[in-house]
Design a protein around this ligand. Sequence first.
Ligand code: ADP
Ligand code: ZN
Ligand code: ZN
Length: 738
Amino acid sequence: MHEPVAGDMKPLVRVALPVPLPQAFDYLPGGFDPARGCRVRVPFGRSQRIGVVIERVPGAELPVERLKPVLELLDEQPLLDAELLGNLRRAADYWCGAIGEVIFGALPRLLREGKALPAFEDEAWRLTEAGRGAHAARNRRGKSAALLEALSDGATRAEDLDALLPGWRAAARRLQSAKLIERCRPGGDDAPVRIRPAPVLTGEQRSAVDTIAASAGFHPWLLQGVTGSGKTEVYMALAGHALRAGRQVLWLVPEIGLVPQALRRLRARFDARIAVLHSHLAEGERARAWLAARRGEAAIVLGARSAVFAPLPKAGLIVVDEEHDASYKQQDGGFRYHARDFALMRAQTLDVPIVLGSATPSLETLANVEAGRYTRLRLPRRIHERPPSPVHVLDQRGLTLQHGLSPALLDALDACIARGEQALVFRNRRGYAPVLLCHACGWHAACSRCDKPLTLHRGRARLLCHHCGHSQPVPATCPQCGAAALTPQGHGTERLEEALRARHPSVPVLRVDRESTRGRDGFERLLDKLADGKPAFLVGTQMLAKGHDLPNLTTVAITGVDEGLHSVDFRAGERLAQLIVQVAGRAGRADKPGEVWLQTHEPDHPLLKTLLTGGYEAAAARLLEERRALGLPPCGHLALLRADAAHRGALDGFLAAARDAIVTINAGLPTPQRLRLDGPLPAPMSLRAGRHRAQLLLESSQRAPLRHALVAWLPMLHALPQPRGLRWSLDVDPVDLY
Ligand code: ADP
Ligand code: ZN
Ligand code: ZN
């Protein structure tokens, strides 16, 4: 027996370790005095791990002999400051993540390994005399040419090169030995941030900026305005205020593809250090950017979802652009956080304003505006006083379509090209055709691991599964009956591309989907091809919905959206309304009026009607009413336990036990607070990549009892027998139920 000795209460340190367990672990300080937020090396099982101290526990009433000491203290100063550490703990708690995984997920990998902090010097590069010579660039290709080009504007900071030209260092070494470029100190470090002239703000922009700037401390703002209404200028004016006051700005965009465009605009306005953070950076680049943020040297931290974990010792403003975008939600792994909502937590603790911008705010945000928690500011007009583009509904019922396009739509597209303008055709399906069918016997190509049709990708001559990535050759004849009558059914972007090419052989057709834009900046490079404004078609998926300015794009055709009207997903209507508004917003920028064509089998669908007559706000109000009636988010709260396994048995056993546990917890809640339990049921996609999937949904009209139940449930889930090969995750506030 180990009795604690009175008067010998040893202080302990509680350490988060990168393991998928909900708890942290206690250690003796071992002669060190580690502060919260410092990294330590500790024994764990038979090995050693790097951990982060999250708490100092005053005294042990535990048998101290069983505790092990800290072996090494890795940081003199906390790596994570109190705000970030505190909010990571809150986030782990809220989204039911494992504390160690959450904290380590927020650190760049180089810092997870327990090495000393890399001493990144403030570093820039410039052309030498020889490099400035006319022939230097001409004789170089690829990265080297691009680097010479990038430096031709003057000395450039290493972190800007990281952001603009990934993998530039190899080229830099080559060019340095050829004496074409050299390292230098970046200029203007101690100078106050220089801000280049901005356009004179419109009255509405001015009043938004003044209102937000006048409010001190934490306040959530919704800046609602259609694409082109000048939201970005408002963010930039506010960023200017923060920068002038020596504060940092966190600027989030929903996906990596939108970073270069935002970076370009910020660079053009601010002569300041901008740290770019997203998941495609090399580890050294990421560590450099993260540390620049942590030292307060990066005036602006720009990035996609994961940038929300950047340290912000001098925070002054947070911007969440396109706040409605589902990409802000982490959709896989064990920690399914929402970057917008985490940004809100941080803004509150940091006591800074947070601006959520969108043309089509999420219903969550609109409900918060209604409840008075957020304040809405509107930018009701597009900057150049252009009216919104009219939307024409094309009833496609009974019409003979060519490659999914109706005669009237083809006429509109022809006319657009004849006027010398550009047109966009939206179709939310990549590939050539979603089904390959045998006309003789009815067989169709399906993925055996997902039980779903395979998509024909004709360019690659493959059948692909869009759910698991499986790929196989296209059979020449029907594997079932031997007939040669295999016909593609339905239309993807690739087929539309082909159809438009055939119709307009001399007009370039650019396809934008996940396939054609693979690789960093792929999308940007594609769009650059349209910048000259010559007649062209842009064909693509929802990637096209996001903010890009194409001045000569006047005609937008939206096809194949009907499935969004019938989806089982309760958010499908909201997504569809947002998509239509965002895609339609591409039409008629600059000085040309635009027009939008919406081709549908359901011209009378109430949601479409409301959207087209009353606009997004009317549609959103209607959708919010429906959610209220059904008790669905944001008027109710959900948590989804998902599990998958190679065998149904393991899955069913685990979920049944999980259900028993939550039933017991539920019985302890006062009757009006009881949760509704739905399942276990097969997931809407019940087989994926050869794994069976099932889920259990918890619903509650109030947040508190759901939180209460989750806190009790999570440790029970971890304690259940975990059959081999079973995976499970808990998704709090899921954005989809698949
Ligand atoms: P949003 O972010 O709402 O799409 P932007 O801020 O990008 O809108 O503005 C759309 C276009 O109008 C941009 O080209 C921008 O430079 C320009 N712009 C914005 N505000 C003004 C202004 N006050 N005066 C002149 N041009 C402006
Ligand atoms: Zn057949
Ligand atoms: Zn599959």
